[in-house]
Design a binder for this molecule. Structure first.
Ligand code: 13P
Length: 248
């Protein structure tokens, strides 16, 4: 079963309208012949300007979070329909930084994911273990919980993307080895097969994230179960194009 690779950037709380627009304009000619799907997930306030900058190119624009309610008294939050209105295609849900600093739980990840799917957005659901969890042999147990609870009640699991981001590899320059990333992502795929269906497990796109860059992307992308990357720091510069073009 062939899965189309998917390379996405996560700008986090970086860039301005001017620097973001310049980067997108610089990236467009560099990524235009990509064999993979390409997306940049950007801060909510930059979405209108970045969708405009990327219009007509193969760069899709994504958001970094979404609320689960359609509307209502949720000061400071943004709904899936609001994102759709501005041309957003993807939304990151449950990033470890949101779990760590903003009280995100598997339950809220689940609610956000269902709302995003309901609105026709593609959720990029992040899972991954802390360093102490890996070192104490709890990685699979943590992933079991994040997947079972975070993905509950999803009708068609192939409509989401999973990003495996070991927390110890994010922003640290310490990437998982090719073998570690492959082993864990193969485990996630097997678990999706058990929780949903074996055919869905073959189809679902699973990315790796955590200090992925132009130097290490080839090795990671060569692994059987790794279908793409969720790129933080390296998506803030034209290096992102080298990752998108990992196979050229
Ligand atoms: P870095 O690529 O900066 O390690 O960030 C990864 C990440 O968190 C993407 O969501």
């Amino acid at each position: 079963m062939s899965r189309k690779p998917f390379i996405a950037g996560n700008w986090k709380m970086n860039m301005t309208a001017a620097s973001g627009e310049k980067l997108i304009k610089d990236l467009i000619p560099l990524v235009k012949d990509a064999d993979c799907d390409v997306c940049l997930c950007v801060p909510a306030i930059l979405i209108p300007a970045m969708t405009k900058a990327a219009a007509g190119s193969n760069i899709a624009i994504g958001a970094e979070n979404v609320h689960w309610a359609a509307s209502g008294a949720y000061t400071g939050e943004i709904s899936a329909d609001m994102l759709k209105e501005y041309g957003v295609k993807y939304v990151i849900i449950g990033h470890s930084e949101r779990r760590q600093y903003f009280g995100e739980t598997d339950r809220t990840v689940n609610k956000r994911t269902l709302a995003a799917l309901n609105a026709g957005l593609t959720p990029i659901v992040c899972v991954g273990e802390l360093l102490e969890e890996r070192e104490s042999g709890k990685t699979n147990e943590v992933l079991d919980r994040q997947l079972a609870e975070g993905l509950k009640d999803i009708e068609d699991i192939t409509k989401i993307v999973i990003a495996y981001e070991p927390v110890w590899a994010i922003g640290t320059g310490r990437t998982a080895t090719d073998a570690q990333a492959q082993e864990t992502i193969a485990y996630i795929r097997k678990k999706i097969g058990e929780l949903f269906c074996p055919k869905c497990a073959e189809k679902i796109i699973i990315q790796y994230g955590g200090s992925m860059n132009a130097g290490n992307c080839k090795g990671l992308m060569a692994q059987n179960d790794i279908d793409g990357g969720l790129i933080g720091g390296a998506s803030l510069k034209t290096d992102f194009a080298a990752i998108v073009n990992y196979n050229k």
